[in-house]
Design a protein around this ligand. Structure first.
Ligand code: AMP
Ligand code: MG
Length: 403
């Protein structure tokens, strides 16, 4: 039985990013990772532009109070200045419009008084050269490396790429994840529940966890506890996905068929059990380039196993440089006492109080208790043995669901 960190190391040692592809840029690529440098092909801004509505002037013309200038033209954003200005002249200008030749400052409209006969009075006597002008190339110069590999595409990145004129970029593809449930007792939502049966929570939950991790889920269905069906569905997953996640049937019971089937199919198993609660039964194996995870059937165990082992693997496949999970130390918001022979990953919620972030342990009845777990956004890591933490004492915390 491996410690959590050793089991994760076994996984990460076998994960490589997917081959990058030139991909169209749209909101669907949010969260994906850039695989190549992005260079600027032009200066930005490509011309000196006004940062204010007002007048483009020569700063030297405005050193005495109430200077009067002749307005010789008007330049809107999108237009080009028709003529340069000379001393004693100015142009009406609007935010985003190009500065005319000869001008070296913009005076805000609020610091001016329009006069009759195309004249304007400048009431700001402290006009400085360059004021309210965004000079050519201030943001970037042609040839600058603007984005580097490993950049995670957020809304601002997509805006920046559009600003660079890009319609495509070289991105790591999202990992494809095939998911299957196992269990003769499982009934899908919407189907009648017979005696002795329970609903299938893991299928929809793991599909959603996969999507939330930025990967592409494909739900293969419930293979029941039928060796032929388990074999066929695992075979399907191995040919269609980068990662296969199997929920249930991975332990040592008579109906836990997954380990045997994986071995028969030729999946090399690298991890069999992890010293943690919930979720001791766990399998990690590989066949060709496909990663295979067997998670315990209890829903909270499956969720935690995905968060601690599958999600980091998905991050590396997707080109992230840091696999996570993010671990920090926070004071507990409420006392907690547990007694266990394994480290406990107790569901918790992060709380922002007056003194900063704290972690609030949730009331939770163990591995089958998805209701108690549902609002968790963190796991409080408690060491093996008898542990008691009083309010305010520091504890190790795994942050869930961050990409
Ligand atoms: P197993 O890992 O197959 O031994 O299952 C452990 C426990 O989790 C059993 O009580 C199962 O009924 C339950 N379980 C297995 N799969 C699911 C599922 N997809 N949804 C909800 N509970 C499940
Ligand atoms: Mg089972």
């Amino acid at each position: 039985m491996l410690e959590v960190t050793d089991a994760l190391a076994e996984v990460l040692a076998r994960v490589r990013p997917r081959k990058p592809e030139e991909s169209p840029l749209a909101s669907a690529v949010l969260g994906r990772v850039l695989a190549a440098d992005v260079l600027a092909e032009t200066d930005s801004p490509p011309f000196p532009k006004s940062l204010r509505d007002g007048y483009a002037v020569l700063a030297a013309d405005c050193t005495s109070p109430n200077a009067e200038l002749r307005v010789v033209a008007e330049i809107a954003a999108g237009a080009m200045p028709m003529r340069p200005i000379n001393s004693g002249e100015c142009t009406r200008i609007f935010t985003g419009a190009p500065i005319p030749e000869g001008a070296n400052a913009v005076v805000m409209q609020e610091d001016t008084v329009p006069l009759a006969g195309e004249l304007v009075r400048i009431t700001d006597a402290a006009v400085k050269p360059g004021q309210h002008i965004f000079a050519c190339g201030t943001e970037m110069r042609s040839g600058d490396v603007v984005l580097t590999p490993g950049t995670v595409l957020n809304a601002a990145t997509l805006g920046l790429l559009a600003g660079l004129g890009k319609t495509t970029a070289k991105l790591f593809p999202a990992p494809r994840v095939a998911i299957l449930s196992t269990g003769d007792e499982l009934v899908e939502a919407g189907q009648p529940l017979k005696p002795g049966h329970i609903r299938n929570s893991n299928g929809p939950m793991l599909v959603a966890q996969t999507a939330a991790a930025g990967a592409v889920p494909s739900y293969l269905g419930n293979a029941r506890d039928d060796a032929a069906k388990v074999r066929a569905m695992i075979g399907e997953g191995l040919t269609s996905a980068d990662v296969l996640v199997i929920a249930g049937g991975v332990s040592v019971g008579k109906f836990d068929l997954v380990p045997t089937v994986l071995e028969e199919i030729g999946v090399a198993i690298h991890v069999r059990q992890v010293r943690m609660k919930p979720g001791k039964p766990f399998l990690f194996g590989t066949k060709d380039n496909v990663l295979v995870f067997g998670l315990p059937g209890n829903p909270v165990s499956a969720y935690v196993g995905f968060a601690l082992f599958v999600h980091p693997a998905l991050r590396i496949l997707a080109g992230h440089t840091d696999p996570g999970p993010r671990i920090t130390t926070l004071p507990v918001a409420e006392g907690i006492a547990v007694s266990n022979d394994r480290p406990t990953y107790h569901p918790a919620r992060l709380e922002l109080g007056n003194t900063g972030w704290m972690v609030h342990p949730l009331s939770w009845m163990g591995a089958p208790d998805l209701r108690g777990f549902q609002s968790a956004d963190a796991l409080l890591v408690l060491p093996p043995g008898d542990t008691r933490l009083d309010r305010g004492q520091p504890a190790s915390v795994v942050i869930l669901n961050c990409n």
